[in-house]
Design a protein around this ligand. Structure first.
Ligand SMILES: [Zn+2]
Length: 268
C-alpha cells in the first residue's frame, strides 16, 4: 500500500478500554495507524512544504506548520493560543481577529493536571478533552478547574506554574518512564494556591482519566527523525504515543512537528 499525505496532527480519541486510537489523513483515505503496528513502514519526504493556514508552498515553514507571514498575522497563531493568560476577547479587545478570538476564547476551558513523565499543568478547551491529553502522551490526567473562558483558565495556570511545570518530558514519555504521581493529592495541595475570584472555578470531581497507548515495545533510548536533515526512514512500527510514531531501534517521529510536510507512506 502506498499513500501520499500532507502531515498534520493525527486525530486521536479513546476507545472503550481507554486506549488511544489514531488516524493519519492521506490524500486518498484515512489510515488507522494502530493497524500498522508490527509492519515495515517507509516514510519518504517529498521535499514539499505547505503552510497549514494559507496553503501556499514554501521553501521553509516558520513555526507550528505556518509560513512566516501567517505565524505573525493569522488568529490561529495569536499570542493567546500559546499563552492563554494573554486572552483579551472577554474584554472585547482584538489581537488579530476579534470574531475568531471570541469564538475560540469565550467557551468553557479546563485547567488540568497530567502525568506524562512528570507532573504538569495545562489549559485546554473543554471540547478538546480528552484529545489534548492523548496528544501530550499523558498516562493520567485530572481536571483541576473549569472556567467560562480562556483568560480565566490562563490566570489559574499562571498561578499553578509557580509550583509545577507545564512541559512534557517527551523522551521519558516515549520510553514510558512514568513516575508514580498521586494526581488527587497534588490537586488537593494546589487547591490552596487559588486566590480570590479564581477559587470559584475549582472542580471537586476527582475522576482520574487513565490512558493506554498502542505500543508493542517501549524503546530504551529515543532518537527523533528530522525530515529537514534526513530523507525519511524505513523501519517496523512499534507503537504510537502522544503525536509520535515509535519505530524499532528507538527511532521516533513527531508527526505534528512536521505539519505541512508532504510525504509518501508505504507498507507491505
Ligand atoms: Zn501561510
Amino acid at each position: 500500500m502506498e499513500y501520499t499525505l500532507t502531515l498534520e496532527k493525527m486525530p486521536a480519541w479513546l476507545n472503550d478500554q481507554a486506549q488511544a486510537q489514531y488516524l493519519l489523513k492521506a490524500d486518498q483515505d484515512f489510515i488507522q495507524v494502530q493497524r500498522l503496528l508490527g509492519r515495515q513502514i517507509t516514510i519518504e519526504f517529498l521535499n514539499e512544504k505547505y503552510c497549514s493556514n494559507c496553503g501556499n508552498r514554501f521553501e521553509q515553514l516558520y513555526r507550528m506548520g505556518f509560513c512566516q507571514n501567517c505565524f505573525f498575522t493569522a488568529p490561529q497563531a495569536g499570542e493567546s493560543i500559546i499563552r492563554p493568560e494573554l486572552s483579551r476577547a472577554h474584554e472585547g479587545i482584538e489581537d488579530r481577529d476579534l470574531e475568531f478570538e471570541k469564538s475560540y476564547q469565550l467557551q468553557p476551558h479546563l485547567v488540568y493536571l497530567a502525568n506524562s513523565g512528570d507532573l504538569k499543568v495545562g489549559v485546554t478547551r473543554e471540547a478538546q478533552r480528552p484529545t489534548r491529553w492523548i496528544d501530550q502522551g499523558a498516562s493520567e490526567a485530572l481536571v483541576f478547574a473549569q472556567t467560562e473562558n480562556r483568560f480565566q483558565a490562563g490566570q489559574i495556570e499562571v498561578a499553578l506554574k509557580e509550583y509545577i511545570g507545564d512541559k512534557t518530558p517527551w523522551q521519558r514519555m516515549l520510553k514510558n518512564e512514568i513516575p508514580e504521581i498521586d494526581l488527587r493529592k497534588e490537586k488537593e495541595n494546589l487547591k490552596s494556591k487559588l486566590e480570590g475570584d479564581l477559587k470559584q472555578f475549582y472542580v471537586e470531581d476527582d475522576e482520574v482519566q487513565s490512558i493506554e497507548y498502542p505500543v508493542q515495545e517501549w524503546p530504551s533510548k529515543v532518537k527523533s527523525l528530522n525530515l529537514d536533515k534526513e530523507p525519511g526512514l524505513e523501519a517496523v512500527l512499534k507503537g504510537i504515543r502522544g503525536q509520535y510514531l515509535i519505530f524499532e531501534g528507538g527511532r521516533v517521529f513527531n508527526v505534528r512537528a512536521y505539519t505541512g510536510y508532504r510525504i509518501k507512506l508505504s507498507f507491505a
